[in-house]
Design a protein around this ligand. Sequence first.
Ligand code: PLP
Length: 386
Amino acid sequence: TLDSEVSFHVANLDDLHQKHIRWLRTLPRVKPFYAVKCNSTPAVIRMLSTLGTGFDCASKGEIELVLSLGVTPEKIIFAHTTKPQSHIKYASTRGISACHTRAKLVLRIAVDDSKSATRLSQKFGTKPSVVKKLLERCKELDLEVIGVSFHVGSGCTDSLAYRQAIEDARHVFDTAVLLGFQMRLLDIGGGFPGKEGFQIQFDEFSKVINEALDEFFPADSGVQVIAEPGRYYVDSAFTLAVNVFAKKVVMDDNDRVMMYYISDGVFGSLNCLIYDPAHTNVAPYLHRKRYRSIIWGPTCDSLDRVTATYWMPEVQVGDWLLIDNMGAYTVCCSSDFNCFYKAHVYPVLSAQTWNIYFFLKKKKLCFSEFMRYCFPKKKKKKALFL
Ligand code: PLP
């Protein structure tokens, strides 16, 4: 077809399924609210909704999107700290109760995010020195503060950042309780790894988080713990296929250097190379002899360079390159600059997951209910995870 050179993503929904199972098994006390900003592809939202996650929305548009895909208001948190008034009013009309005049408030605190690729506490969160004053002001205004949230930064590399942040949150809880607030919610944000090979780091983070929760917010404290993972769920699920539509061989210091022009670039799905500090490079692959290669995006802008020096086999015009780990902060920020097509998303899933999915839809069950349905006894439920 005419647009057969257009890049595309394959979104492996089975991968989301596996991630969710790992989350339930590894962080059993923490309820995930998927951060919609990370990748709002409808198939992703639908799959996660069926699996039973909640959704963290940052704007009216994200709320509209998830509601339109069948998510119910009680599954949504409107957690962005700075909200335009019109978005708050919209949320209250849709019954998202954490966001209007009778809203219950969660205090976002600034935490140490120095070990993360994207730091957020410079922009969001209350510093410890201001917490007491702010809570006292909330009391004066008769506002109901019920919890604390934080974000250790996206692309976190240090599990101890969570421990310190959970301890910080405990201090804020204590201050708030002394002032008469009934504190009952802890939101530990995002920052979890999601690309291939994430397991070791995720398990390490989970161990530290579970221990810190047991120490500072034991199960019998009655505090509900939630999180806002984005990257964790989607990163490894997406693979990008890009088409090489032009090629040039140049000499550089007696080296033959291949220049390839591909059907996606930094103004499209590969915008993560510019906007997402956790995505410092991409590694397109083909299994042949390798040359130093420079890969350009399709637009007229020379900024649109995808790799500067990348060793890969020679490819021919018409070949496709695959780029893994393209689920987080890619399709959501893509533009059609120069009127080049945006990459399509083709969701795929295995027959086994497809059957489960249809069964859930027919029975109007979410995944957690399905687990209880299939494995009523705790012992058997565990068996599924082995
Ligand atoms: N929650 C908030 C408030 C965020 O700002 C972000 C990302 O910027 C996320 C959750 C998702 O973070 P991550 O993709 O690192 O899990």
